[in-house]
Design a protein around this ligand. Structure first.
Ligand code: FE2
Length: 306
């Protein structure tokens, strides 16, 4: 097999920031130079409205395939069907193959009430007494079937993490998924890595033989009204009322992941900085949502022989 190389970004949250187009265009310009096979968007991209079709045009302009995942905020102002239509997706979870690697894209935006699973829709999670985010039983069974296919390597993509333990950040039934992955790794097949967005933070953690990679957001960290700050022009604050609660990164963070024929992984990270004010200047230090606060994406070079 030849190496497989893809670009990943997540959590643009286009409608909440003033410079989303710039971030996306810079990303596209950067990756044009690189010999990548496809692009992955791990979710929380934008509102699924006609006005935002231009963002899809930007992604399409690369001529490379791109794969979308649904984030918790993508359906904040519409239902699931509209999001799928916007992205031209047939299903909210699916798989695709490049070389010897099967990529499995999951939809973790569900609320569980006993044995019933309700997809996120118009912020229904906000007032819900149910369990969320969760991978529904039917989808978990589908994942098990996918992992049974004859294929040496797998990569799992999801909006929410399968290892973040902090409050409701990670997928509720993540232990079941981790167990499934560990079982697969005992055979001749291997789940090389799981990639997620949503955490707006940078983390790479190895559990068993699998790397769990939380990809930092393309745009910002949300700290909430408690840390509001007015560091942009009046006009920007008027047009983007939530920007006062965010700390934006200057760069549109993204990463390039290469999977080598022997299963080794190379992550080309990115160093960034905060745009107008740092969390430290706002009095925020330590962890946030169970992750270190940072405007960067880490690099990684694995060596299976070690
Ligand atoms: Fe999210």
């Amino acid at each position: 097999m030849k190496e497989v190389k893809f670009a990943v970004f997540t959590d643009l949250h286009y409608d909440h920031i003033h410079d989303g187009q710039r971030r996306l265009k810079n990303f596209i310009a950067d990756i044009q130079e690189k010999d990548i096979d496809f692009i992955v968007n791990l979710g929380d991209f934008c509102k699924a409205t006609k006005n935002n079709n231009s963002l899809l045009d930007i992604l399409n302009s690369t001529g490379r395939p791109y794969y979308n995942l649904i984030g918790n905020h993508d359906s904040d102002s519409c239902d699931r069907e509209e999001v799928l239509r916007f992205f031209g997706m047939k299903d909210s979870y699916y798989s695709f193959k490049y070389g010897d690697i099967k990529f499995i894209a999951l939809d973790t935006c569900f609320i569980q009430y006993d044995r019933e699973y309700v997809p996120y829709c118009k912020k229904n999670y906000d007032s819900s007494a149910g369990i969320y985010p969760v991978l529904p039983e039917e989808e978990l069974n589908w994942l098990k079937k996918e992992l049974k296919e004859e294929c040496p390597y797998f990569v799992i993509l999801s909006h929410h993490s399968f290892e973040n333990e902090f409050m409701k950040r990670g997928v509720h039934n993540r232990n079941e998924v981790q167990q499934l992955i560990n079982d697969i790794n005992k055979t001749e097949k291997r789940v090389l890595m799981c990639l997620n967005g949503h955490d707006h933070a940078d983390s790479i953690r190895k559990i068993g033989d699998t790397y769990y990679f939380a990809v930092n957001a393309m745009s910002y960290i949300w700290f909430g009204p408690q840390y509001e700050h007015f560091t942009y022009s009046e006009d920007i604050h008027e047009r983007y009322p939530f920007i006062k609660d965010l700390v934006l990164y200057e760069e549109g963070l993204y990463t390039i992941v290469t999977i080598l024929p022997d299963g080794n992984i190379k992550i080309d990270g990115m160093e960034g900085c905060f745009q107008t004010v740092s969390p430290k200047e706002l009095g925020i230090e330590g962890d946030w949502n169970g992750r270190a606060i940072t405007a960067r994406i880490s690099s990684l070079n694995t060596d299976n022989n070690k």
